[in-house]
Structures are given as structure tokens and as C-alpha cells.
Ligand binder design. Sequence first.
Ligand code: URA
Length: 238
Amino acid sequence: MTRLRLHKYLAQCGVASRRQAEALIAAGRVRVDAEVVSEQGRLVAPESQRITCDGREVRPATRLIYILLNKPKGYVTTTRDPQGRPTVLSLLPPMRERLFPVGRLDLDTEGALLLTNDGEFAHRVLHPSFDSEKTYEAVIRGAPDGQTLQKLARGLVLEDGPTAPCAAKFLAILPSGHSRVRIVLHEGRKRQVKRMLAAVGHPVLALRRTAYGRLRLDGLAVGEYRFLSADDLKKFFL
Ligand code: URA
């Protein structure tokens, strides 16, 4: 009988990425044969044990789904929210499969968000060794000079360490005197774009992710989504 680690089984079944599955386990949301298992590394035998997450039985995913959503502001990128705010899942049609977001965007950030039930895919995409490029456009207070853009591009030190080199480009000055910049990151730390721009004296007023890797939003209005094709997926792993 096949035995495997609980978090890996949850990821294979499309409950979450492996890392997120560990968090679900730690939060006491996962049971094996009615026992809440909150320690990591537990070996399970899914053929003979009943595994549930939030009371729902976890079974191998039959259909793997990949979606690109143009997330609106005001939606959380978790699968449920203790404060009752709407989640990005509420923008999708009802589905038997449980989807979850790959990574996160802040409540007030718009733009490209991937959702899937393929935990292994999410694990690969989110792993630091998988260099997924994320493109953001930000409206910022004031207008940055060339030196400031260079500083952003070379990397600066935030409270959780130095940022990796990235691309930083001035796009336009707006009638309000604010400006629009493009930042292309190869890492994905919490609130990273906002923290980087605040650190150089240009707080972010609005933020949108325009592309995730080579997947662009073209044609997707805010709140719309599309299912990814096999070709889209290939782009990820080329
Ligand atoms: N950087 C941020 O500051 N916020 C996001 O939502 C994504 C990247």
C-alpha cells in the first residue's frame, strides 16, 4: 500500500500547494480518520484512510484546472476569509474541483492571478528555484528620477533583507503629478512592490500585476478569467 506524507497527498489532490498544505495541517484543518493531525510529516495511506480538510473528503483530483483571473480590488486571495470579505473564488463559476490561488495579491492590488487545483504545479511555480517573472504597473506619488530607478533595479535593503535585481522603468507622468512605473520582479515577497517604492520615497497609490511569467492579461477585463490552454502551460515550463 502506498504511503506518502500528508502535505504531499493534499497537494496531489489539488487542495493547495505543498507549502500551503503544511499551513492547513498546522492550523488543525486536516483530519486523518477523524483525528486532527497538526504535526508535519505524518505518513498516510490514502487507500485505507479517510482524509478530510475543513470537513470535506480529500480525493485525488480527476481534472486539473488552470485559470488566469484579472483580480479586482477588494477580493482576498485566500480560499476563505475569517473577516467575511469576498474571496477570488467567488468570481469563478461553481466547480466540483477545489481551486486555490497560486501565490497572493494584496486586497487592494488588481491583476493577473493564477488559480489551480494542481498542487504540484503550484509548488513548482512558487518555488524560488522556478524563476517566474512578475510584471507590475504602479501609480506612485511623485515622479522618480533616473537614480531612484537604478536603485530599485539594483536592489535595496528592506526589513526582510536585500531585494534581488529587477527591472524598473518610468512609464508616464499623470495629470495629477503622480506617475506610472513598471517593475518586473523575480521574487515574490509580501507587499514587495509597495515596500520597495515606499523605501525610495514614492508610495504606491494603485498597483496592478499585468503579467505572470509570459501570461498577459490582454483582453481580460477586471473580474474576468480564462481557462489556460496546454500551450499557455507550456509557456511556463519552457
Ligand atoms: N507587491 C505588492 O506590494 N503587493 C502585491 O499585491 C503584489 C506585489
